[in-house]
Design a protein around this ligand. Structure first.
Ligand SMILES: C[S@@+](CC[C@H](N)C(=O)[O-])C[C@H]1O[C@@H](n2cnc3c(N)ncnc32)[C@H](O)[C@@H]1O
Length: 245
């Protein structure tokens, strides 16, 4: 049965935590709205790439309402343990509820935790999946270095980290249009739905200024990964990044 462990960490809430706390019930619908449903297809691509690696222990970092963990639990054959980790308790509660219904095989469990200080021994997982949470973890985040070193620490040598995240289209016109879409539609509708100007300012600015695949490759290799590859999605507005420890 999916379960959630929730140790108290006494951490101060950021506008982003507060936003996830407020919108957790609408988060999935908001995601569909902003990506025109493509986020589902992009996560599926990540799951397919991850399952090809035949992992036995998977960590879903910043699991939110659990979509990635649930898809892996549903689509995997054989014995796979999936742990979803997130610092937002309301998002985790949604994940547990959804997993009970959609993946009752018990492969996915959820744990309350901060990525900068994950409650797992070294070299626990052979695969890590991150869906739309990497930007929160590394973009202009004072704890970015700590987040990356924790990801490396809990991954087995030779293990893979697969990430689906927004990216910067290499074509200048497409990039301009995608930034315009973020600045107008996503920002405006985001504020209306969430009531949080701060959170949506951050989300839009972080998407507009997020790393190019080349910059991210340098960052991940410097953090300790040894191989990197990138597959663009939707003209490079998003992409699947794969890094091996
Ligand atoms: C944009 S949501 C993505 C959720 C989910 N992975 C998905 O595919 O929809 C980012 C998630 O990362 C979590 N998160 C951000 N920073 C975190 C941190 N430092 N430690 C734990 N969770 C974090 C947030 O609470 C949020 O649930």
């Amino acid at each position: 049965m999916p379960k959630v462990k929730a140790p108290e960490d006494g951490r101060r809430q950021t506008p982003l935590d507060r936003m996830f706390g407020v919108i957790h019930g609408r988060y999935d619908r908001i995601n569909r709205l902003f990506t025109w449903g493509m986020d589902k297809r992009w996560r599926k691509r990540l799951v397919a790439a991850l399952l090809k690696l035949e992992p036995k222990k998977v960590l879903d970092i910043g699991c939110g309402t659990g979509d990635l963990s649930i898809s892996i639990a549903r689509q995997s054959h054989g014995k796979v343990e999936i742990t979803g980790c997130d610092f937002s308790k309301p998002m985790l509660e949604m994940a547990v509820k959804k997993a009970k219904e959609l993946a009752p095989n018990g492969k996915a469990t959820f744990i309350h935790g901060e990525v900068a200080q994950m409650p797992f021994p070294d070299e626990t997982f052979d695969c890590i999946g991150i869906a739309f949470a990497l930007r929160n973890l590394i973009f202009e985040n004072p704890l970015a270095g700590k987040h990356l070193s924790e990801i490396i620490r809990v991954l087995k040598p030779g293990g893979y980290c697969l990430i689906v995240e927004s990216s910067q289209p290499s074509n200048k016109i497409i990039r301009l249009l995608s930034h315009l879409y973020l600045r107008t539609y996503v920002y405006g509708v985001g504020i209306l739905i969430s009531g949080s100007r701060d959170a949506y300012r951050y989300l839009v600015q972080s998407a507009i200024h997020f790393y190019t695949p080349e910059e991210l490759e340098k960052l991940l290799l410097a953090a300790g990964f040894r191989r990197f590859s990138f597959r663009p999605l939707f003209f490079g507005a998003a992409g699947i990044y794969q890094a091996q420890k």
